[in-house]
Design a protein around this ligand. Sequence first.
Ligand SMILES: [Zn+2]
Length: 331
Amino acid sequence: MISYKELGLVNTKEMFAKAVKGGYAIPAFNFNTMEQMQAIVQAAVETKSPVIMQVSKGARNYANGTILRNLAKGAVEYAKELGCENPEIVLHLDHGDSFEICKECIDNGFSSVMIDGSHLPYEENVALAKKVVEYAHQYDVTVEAELGVLAGVEDEVCAAESHYTKPEEVIDFATRTGCDSLAISIGTSHGAHKFTPEQCTLVNGVLVPPPLAFDILAEIEAKLPGFPIVLHGSSSVPQEEVETINKYGGALKAAIGIPEDQLRQASKSAVCKINIDSDSRLAMTAAVRKYLAENPSHFDPRQYLKPARDNMKKMYIHKIVNVLGSDNKLG
Ligand SMILES: [Zn+2]
């Protein structure tokens, strides 16, 4: 048993309580590589922001769980080295799909886990989440559960269509499972292709997707005052990154995300964790494509991964400061 406390990590409890009260959201960035980890930590330290580093099933398959856990341990040490005395870094399992995987992560240094039983019938979702919560809370690990289904494809999470969270279920679900936070479905979705152009309206030459269901969010908030709410699938898919990718040989078609002003609005409510993954992929790929196109004779990965890391860091800082508002919230 490796406790996250030994690794210098924290759980989400205090962090979320402060975020809900303060009207901002904590960034939850997925990571798979050392460069992503470095960019996340540099951005969090420079902006004095708490941060959630999250690991998906795809990340564990790609990088190996032990390596990612040790990267997170390294992240804490690295943040201190960069001058942050008391970093607030959460190592979170994204979309755990069984009790076993949640237990394995809890036993190996994760400070927070998500159990995603959202595809199951309601009673089975409750039973599974409750089982994970009972185990996790013995070790002071916080648990995120999900109600409602997000559309989209990302890593190994996939659903054809979304089902909005039903506000009438949230009190029963939160009470019976004992979960610490609740991921809801109000119109966000996974991946870089969240909407088709047909679903959008053209405003000043820009495709604007349908707005998030803020009425459902408000109803949920009224039923569970102060309870931490989580938004998945909340990348904005910056069009300048998509353009750079396509300019230098890429072929991304109609990649459309969630407008940042809507995420800003959500951050001011009970939404206290916003998941961003695709935007980091786009930032990395855009920088790598540009660098390699401009420097065709270079072959040292450090040469193209450095601008990739810098571009991700710039994106993370922008999200923290201009969208989520979690800067200067340490301590
Ligand atoms: Zn998700």
